[in-house]
Design a protein around this ligand. Structure first.
Ligand code: ADP
Length: 254
């Protein structure tokens, strides 16, 4: 099948391995993300979920494995990875972090235009126009000139999402986007994620919000000890897991 046909995955990662010192954090991870799909990664703390996200967009360099995007780049790790490949990988996706990671000394608008203008060479006027459209869409227009410290946690995280969208990536990566929020603020961020899923964004989300995962995920991957122990539809994994390790994890969460 030609890689440009619509059913080709947007991204395929194979054989990802990563150790920090003697700690083997990823021990051969394979995953595929199809265009428009939402992949949810679940699993205990320390199982390697964040490291996978970081490997997918080049924030972390795997010791071995391949990260291949449809229509490129195809980056093989293990040897020397060129700067061009690394940049190409980074440009494909945008990450939303657990702690929004906004620059505290920049306004909301400045935070949102920073990536497009500095990393992608977008003209400032164009970046501002794009930012204003997104801020309006996500109910943040009046916060445009505020500093992050003047926003609620939910608003900060929504700005973090707008900042990612402003990069116009093909893939959105979310690393526990609601776990640092007060419980009453979680809903507004999940609502944004649901909207993005409904719009057809391709997303990989690390989350402990299992109800949300059940609603939006096309596929759920259960990680433990640096491997994917089990994968399937939300109902297969969350309602009828086959593996003991998955059952134990879900029992602890419920
Ligand atoms: P999860 O997202 O599932 O909680 P992580 O991918 O964050 O798991 O971490 C997996 C393991 O890798 C943990 O043992 C963590 O301490 C370790 N780790 C992650 N990043 C680093 C790093 N930069 N240096 C050393 N160890 C790290």
């Amino acid at each position: 099948m030609s890689p440009t046909e619509p059913s080709a995955p947007l991204l395929a990662a194979t054989g990802l391995q990563k150790s920090f010192g003697t700690n083997r954090v990823l021990d051969g991870v394979d995953l595929e993300v199809r265009r428009g799909d939402v992949l949810v990664l679940i699993g205990p703390s320390g199982s390697g979920k964040t490291t996978v996200l970081r490997c997918l967009n080049g924030l972390e360099t795997p010791d071995a494995g391949v990260v291949a995007f449809d229509q490129g780049p195809v980056v093989e790790f293990g040897g020397k990875v060129s700067k061009a490949d690394r940049t190409a990988l980074r440009d494909k996706s945008a990450m939303v972090f657990q702690h929004h990671n906004l620059f505290p000394h920049l306004t909301v608008l400045q935070n949102v235009i920073e990536g497009p203008t500095q990393a992608h060479g977008v003209a400032k006027a164009e970046a501002i126009a794009r930012a204003d459209t997104l801020l309006t869409r996500f109910g943040l227009a009046e916060k445009r000139d505020a500093y992050p410290s003047e926003l609620s946690g939910g608003q900060q995280q929504r700005v973090g999402i707008v900042r990612a969208l402003a990069l116009q990536p093909q893939l959105l990566l979310f690393d526990e986007p609601t776990s640092a929020l007060d419980p009453e603020l979680v809903g507004e961020v999940l609502t944004v994620l649901r909207e993005l899923a409904a719009e057809g964004w391709t997303m990989v989300i690390v989350t402990h919000e299992l109800g949300f995962a059940r609603e939006v995920a096309d596929e759920v991957l259960f990680f433990d000890g640096g491997v994917i122990v089990e994968r399937g539809t939300p109902s297969e994994i969350l309602r009828q897991p086959k593996m003991e390790r998955t059952k134990r994890f879900l029992d602890r969460l419920l």
